[in-house]
Design a protein around this ligand. Structure first.
Ligand code: HEC
Ligand code: HEC
Length: 504
């Protein structure tokens, strides 16, 4: 029954895609249907704009960022006085911008992390830089996509040997606003359960324990003493602070702003005011000038205004879809869009694969759907955003039967022990070496290679890389006769992003 809803929702999302008159009482983010003639014109317009920017940069290096600083006032943005659609558009430009020395690319760093244009392997927490733009790693499968194996970052290394760092493949940036909203609701639930437990223990003058669950996901057992002290040793998959951190392979950040400010520094050497306010000297460099800790002579490289614009872009990224093939894209909503795909030979495989996903135990961690209660997300530096209205399509849609917004993410947003076969060398924000967050499999068809280090060229290899808590599911898949494995692959290959026209 749930999967009936899955298909209905997928069909509906696909249909939403070619409805050009999405109603909204706010400035619209409407974009043309992704493969239409208007979309082609739009892609060309963006390509022209990008080239014009390059020419302006060629004439006057640093002019783009200067203009962004001059026009994007963080106070007006936070007060909601700037049109969100325009802000996100600027943010996309900042995401795509090729940063140069005039912008503050790279940095002298410290004695242990000397300057130089690029460094393939991160020097400790200070990072590279290894490149000049976000899309140089986030591009596979379309804009804001994943990274190829050759784009891997080598975290916390010695600045020289790839083997000294932890290899990390860039994940696709998918519906980050929705993910943040889901994680916030889960943290809120877990923390409320903790507070209730403590209150109950103190009131009864006795020790208490409770299983913490939210959105159907079990996070283990929390104990409280009669005095209200907490014992979090039975908690699983989340830190003792009970804040669900859905970003990064190891689940290291609750806010994507946190991740993006670090990405700007470690990959490009651009220091945002946000990072300067919160980051350690190891991360920022040890320069004496607080506005230029990486000692590259550029002060205030990325202010709060431009940073907020980039966050608006990331917050509004669209949802992926669940469909083997999209039929009749240009037609108005046909009844069959709400039914399982019936016109292709992959339907049987899709349905059998969907069953296998459950019987093999994949769905225990890659939970297909979580229900979001409120579509409003809080993103640092921005007024609250109602994603059901503002995000790029396919967007969240309300499902009355669920009393919320179904999110087909294929994850429990929880960390699991993936065995010594996946162990990292360095601790990342204190997360145990073997632990990884269940990656969201939405859009997985468009994000090869797989696993945290990109070592799996195909889905079969990705499954074979499951160790520790994932070993049983790996064994179950391996036990299938070879010719029985196709349906699961077809099912996973149906978890895809909406195709888009891209003009380089
Ligand atoms: C050198 C390659 C590289 C570049 C360039 C890069 N990233 Fe990433 N990105 C990664 C990797 C690798 C990860 C996963 C890191 C981890 O798990 O710790 C990641 C993860 C992320 C995440 C978390 C996504 C999630 O769903 O967990 C965000 C957000 C992000 N990057 C934003 C950016 C932004 C913004 C830029 C440009 C300022 C950028 N990245 C540039 C490699 C890159
Ligand atoms: C115990 C929880 C768990 C189970 C059960 C599980 N997975 Fe995973 N899965 C994970 C984690 C955690 C990772 C990330 C591991 C890593 O990168 O080292 C992952 C990674 C993946 C990836 C790679 C995703 C990417 O973006 O690179 C795929 C594909 C995948 N799993 C599919 C499956 C399938 C299919 C099954 C069932 C046969 C399954 N998983 C069972 C937790 C689980």
């Amino acid at each position: 029954m749930l999967f009936g809803v899955a298909l209905a929702v997928a069909g509906y999302l696909a249909w939403m895609n070619h409805d050009a008159t999405w109603r909204s009482d706010r400035p619209s983010l409407d974009r043309p249907a992704p493969l239409s003639l208007e979309a082609a014109r739009e892609a060309h317009r963006l390509a022209d704009r990008r080239h014009e920017l390059r020419l302006r940069e060629a004439a006057a290096p640093g002019s783009f960022l200067r203009e962004m600083h001059a026009t994007l006032d963080p106070k007006r943005i936070a007060a909601g006085k700037v049109c969100l659609a325009e802000l996100a558009d600027r943010g996309q430009q900042l995401f795509e911008h090729e940063y140069n020395f005039a912008d503050g690319l790279g940095g002298g760093g410290s004695a242990t992390a000397p300057g130089g244009p690029f460094r393939r392997v991160h020097a400790g927490l200070f990072g590279g830089p290894e490149t000049i733009s976000c899309p140089s790693c986030h591009w596979v499968g379309g804009p804001n996509g994943a990274g190829a194996e050759t784009d891997n970052a080598f975290l916390q290394g010695d600045g020289d040997r790839t083997g000294s760092g932890d290899a990390r493949n860039a994940p696709a940036l998918v519906a980050l606003g929705v993910v943040q909203a889901l994680a916030r609701e889960m943290s809120r639930d877990l923390q409320k359960e903790r507070d209730d437990l403590v209150r109950e223990g103190v009131r009864a003058g006795a020790g208490r324990e409770a299983r913490l669950t939210t959105k159907g996901v079990d996070f283990g057992v929390l104990r409280a003493t009669p005095k209200g002290e907490i014992d979090a040793s039975g908690i699983r998959g989340v830190d003792a602070d009970l804040v669900v951190k859905p970003f990064g392979w190891k689940g290291t950040a609750a806010d994507f702003a946190d991740f993006a400010s670090e990405a700007l520094q470690v990959h490009i050497g651009i220091q945002s005011d946000r990072l300067i306010a919160t980051g350690s000297r190891e991360l920022l460099g040890d320069g004496d000038d607080p506005a230029d800790p990486d000692r590259d002579g550029v002060r205030g490289e990325l202010g709060r205004g431009p940073f907020a614009a980039m966050m608006a872009h990331l917050a509004l990224l669209e949802l992926p879809i669940v469909e083997p093939l999209i039929q009749n894209r240009q037609l108005p909503p046909p009844a069959h869009a709400l039914l399982p795909p019936t016109t292709t030979s992959f339907v049987d495989d899709f349905q059998r694969g969907r069953d296998q996903f459950h019987t093999l135990g994949c769905a225990a961690c890659h939970v297909p759907m979580l229900v979001l209660e409120s579509p409003v997300v809080a993103v640092e530096g921005l007024p609250p955003i109602d994603l059901s209205r503002e995000m790029r399509r396919p967007a969240l849609t309300y499902e009355p039967a669920l009393r919320g917004y179904p999110v087909w993410l294929f994850s429990d947003l929880k960390r699991h022990d993936m065995g010594t076969g996946n162990a990292a060398q360095h601790l990342q924000r204190g997360v145990a070496l073997n632990e990884y967050l269940t990656p969201r499999l939405w859009g997985v068809a468009d994000s090869a290679p797989y696993l945290h280090d990109g070592r799996a060229p195909s889905l079969d290899y990705a499954i074979a890389g499951h160790d520790g808590e994932g070993a049983a599911a790996r064994a179950a898949f391996a036990a299938l006769p070879y010719e029985e494995r196709g349906p699961l692959r077809v099912y996973l290959m149906s978890l895809r992003r909406v195709p888009r026209l891209v003009v380089p």
